[in-house]
Design a protein around this ligand. Structure first.
Ligand code: FPP
Length: 213
């Protein structure tokens, strides 16, 4: 969800406002999820490297998370949106962990998954999964995949990065092995459901060969 800072800077607004508008973009997308038929939408909300940001910005992001869960959870339940969290989220502030656990329980019967990556880094995720696979005595593609945070999610088909950045920044590195990628210049706060529909249209026209011919 890249570009919140630049969105704010362009308007001479504090970065926090960019993040607030970023949350509104999340809300619009979640509300538009049903007719897309998507099984899962995963959002990169906070990386394990984001702790390097100034304390004030980290606090702003954590508070936005608290407010978002509090305000939007009833809508998730009503719309059958199932929340999933990936990353090392158990080490976040205890009140956030408790809120998330409650949100996971309340949305467990949902049909479409909104996965949120929190305190997430793909290299950490792969290392953790490989260690678990090794402890089970069998290291293979299948056993590592079975221990990834995404083990119960469908395969990653499409990865969209906003704001003109063309790199993966430690997001879903394993899962992206055969994902289609779309890079758009749109800054995250300006990302509308129509941008998602356009990306899904582009995706539908891609020919996927998985190394075959
Ligand atoms: C990247 O923009 C965005 C983030 C690091 C934070 C995204 C988090 C939220 C929108 C808040 C909470 C999320 C949910 C799911 C409620 P940037 O700050 O790196 O922007 P820049 O690249 O323009 O500086």
């Amino acid at each position: 969800m890249d570009g919140n800072g630049r969105w704010a800077k362009k308007r001479a607004l504090p970065r926090a406002v960019g993040h607030q508008r970023g949350v509104e973009a999340v809300r619009r997308l979640v509300r538009a999820l049903e007719p897309t038929g998507l099984e899962c939408l995963t959002l990169y909300a906070f990386s394990s490297e984001n702790w390097k940001r100034p304390d004030e910005e980290v606090d702003d992001l954590m508070n936005l998370m608290r407010r978002f869960i509090r305000s939007d959870l009833p809508e998730f339940v009503a719309n059958k949106v199932k929340l999933k969290i990936i990353g090392d989220w158990q080490s976040l502030a205890p009140d956030i962990v408790a809120m998330l656990e409650d949100a996971l329980a309340q949305t467990a019967n949902g049909n479409q998954t909104l996965a949120v990556a929190l305190n997430y880094g793909a290299q950490h995720e792969i290392a953790r999964a490989a260690a678990k696979a090794a402890a089970s005595g069998a290291v293979s593609i299948e056993t590592i995949a079975a221990h990834l945070d995404t083990a119960d999610l469908p395969p990653l088909d499409l990865l969209i990065r906003t704001s003109g950045e063309i790199r993966l920044s430690n997001f879903l590195l394993w899962q992206a092995a055969y994902a289609e990628m779309i890079f758009v210049d749109t800054l995250w706060p300006d990302f509308e459901p129509a941008h998602l529909m356009q990306a899904l249209d582009d995706f539908a026209r891609r020919e996927r060969r998985y190394g075959g011919r």
